[in-house]
Each structure stands twice: as structure tokens, then as C-alpha cells.
Design a protein. Sequence first.
Length: 321
Amino acid sequence: MSSPNTTTASKRVPPDAGLVRGTRPVAIDPGEREARTRPPAARQKGRPVRLAGIMSLYGILAVGAFIVVFPYILILLTAAKPMNEIFSSSPWQLPQHPTFATFRQVWIQDDFGRILLNTVAVTVVITACQVACSTLAAYAFARLSFPGREALFWVYLATMMVPNAVTVVPLYLVMRELHLLNTYYALVLPYAFGTPYIIFLMRQFFRTIPRELHEAAKMDGCSEVRVLLQIILPLSRAIITTATIIVVVSSWNNFLWPLIAVNSQARELLTVGLAALQSNFGTQWDVLMAGSCLTLLPLVLFFAIFQRQIVRSIQMTGGLK
């Protein structure tokens, strides 16, 4: 016979309080409780709605991905078609007699191999110099105290509003006075000492690092260089990777300044060489598309290798305030 206290306790426990382990009830999440109490017909009715929403989302993403990828597919299809087949068939139709002779023609006859090496060398030098100089400048704006620091930073940042085309003529005159036109120095020096956007991006990240780490290192006798190399930089690998990706892509796609600063084919870059294909061959679209494929291929490989870092850099640039 159960005692009155046991009967009263059992009446106080609601029937939907949860499963019982021994003598103590285990609470159930409110969402799970609602799902258990929902009639089976209502649960079956909600599943098609959720499934339709998910399928619609994936459909929209698939259409967007196709719109983005379609120009690259069209370039590859056009490059693999003979010249007479380009205009006799639809642009998106698969080639009936695929040929890759145009790739060999562009690579050997137009010396795209040398142009590719020039572009890789200039991009590597610009990236290394710009990331290093931007790191030093961003550290100074974020951690060092000197008169006029904030005013100097905002004046420098305001230069982002000046279009690049406006600075082409003064920059050309400076390079001419220094006798650097038609040299690799003219391609590298204007971008080697940092850009406002990269410095701003790295400065904002450095400001998120706790100042207590910097102060503790200074109390231990560390110099500013040692603080930067042994504390700040190891914590800033993500933003350095982001800056490197941005500089590589912008340097690889730069067209206007290499076109003006260099007129020698021995120092030609890919963007200028690709534009020269159109002027040299007129409307030979198979050759032009083959050159476009060779220009895009290194960036595609770059994205395939550093895909995770690129996605992380996009998230970081969107999250920095």
C-alpha cells in the first residue's frame, strides 16, 4: 500500500514531464514536447512544406551558379572549336571536331609562356612587398602612439575615393623622370608599399587583439619589432592570408598601368598580351578564347588550392568593423 506522500507527489508530476529514470523525472525540451503532442497527421503535413522550401533554395542556388559559370564554359567551348565551326553552330553547342591547336599556337607563336612567367614574377614580388609594408603600416596605426596618427590614417584612407585613372598621368610623369619606364620597376613600385584598403583591413584586425598582450610583452622587455614578430603576426595568420589573396588577384588582373608603363613585348603581362591577341588576330575568336583560358587557368588553380582560405577571408572581410 503506497503512502499518502507518494500519491501526492505522483499527482504533482505532469504526465508530459518526461521519461523517468528510476524515481526522478527528466525534463523534456519544449520543442520536443510540442512535437510529441502534435498529431501525426500535422507532422506528416509539415514535411512536404519544409522539403519544398529546401528544394526551392537549392534550385535558386543552382541557377545562380550556372549563370556565374556559364561564361567560362562558353570560353572553353569556343576555344575548342575550329574557326569555321564557331559561326556555323550555336555558341553553347558542343564542338563537333574539337581541336586544341589554338592553345599550342598561343603558347608557342605568341610566346604566352614567357608572358605567364613575367606575370607570375611581378605578382609574387608585388604581393610580398605589399603585404610586408602593409603589415608594418597597419601595426603603426593600430598600436604605436605618435602625433597626428588618427588624422594621418584618415587622410590616407580618403585616397581610396580617388579613381586609379586619375593617378595614372602623375605616376607616369614620376616614372619618366626616374627613367623607370619600360622596366619591371615601373610595374612593381607603384603597388609595393601598400594600398589603403589592405592597410585599413589589417589595422582593424590588429585592434581586435587584446592590448594586454602588447603591454605584458613590453613589461618583459620586448621591443616593438619583437612584439610584432612573436605576438601579433602569429595571431594574425588569417588576415595575412586574406590580404595575400586580395593582392594576388588584383595584381594578376591589373591591366591599365602595365599597358601604359611597358611597351616592350619582353616585359608584357598576361592582361596586355591577351588584349594584343585581339588586335593582332582581329576576329579569330578561337585564338582569343584560348588565350583567355590560359589567363584564367592559374587563378582557377589558385582558388582550388586555397579554397578554404578564400572562403574564410570572405567571411572575415564581411565581419570586420
